[in-house]
Design a protein. Structure first.
Length: 118
């Protein structure tokens, strides 16, 4: 069982709740929860693509083929189209993709783009 206390921060009326664990077993399980959450937390990263094959025949930015490759090769079930939390959107202003996904998927995406650049 955890108890909560309310503290004033910097004396300006901001309040925060601080959970105080009553025994060490709660601290271990809380640490395990944090570790598990870090693997599933989704956060955005922008990937520049101007040096990759994302151009149409008439010279316009068209990342659709790249998006399909990423959807099919990096944790396909994790993408929004299949009910997952990960999203991807083209950003034509700087020829990039904005990808919001897990840390593991970002690592895999970085490796894929590195391989394509060879």
């Amino acid at each position: 069982m955890r108890s909560f206390s309310v503290l004033s921060v910097l004396g300006i009326g901001l309040l925060c709740c601080v959970a105080l664990a009553q025994d060490k077993s709660h601290e271990v399980s809380a640490a395990d929860d944090v570790a598990a959450a870090q693997n599933t937390k989704v956060y955005p990263v922008t990937y520049r693509l101007e040096d990759l094959p994302v151009w149409s025949k008439d010279g316009h930015y068209d990342p659709n083929l790249m998006i399909m490759l990423i959807h099919s090769s990096i944790s396909p079930k994790s993408w929004e189209a299949l009910g997952g939390p990960s999203t991807m959107a083209p950003y034509a202003q700087n020829f990039s993709l904005v990808v919001s996904t897990t840390s593991d998927n970002h690592d895999a995406l970085s490796a894929l783009l590195k391989q394509l650049r060879r």
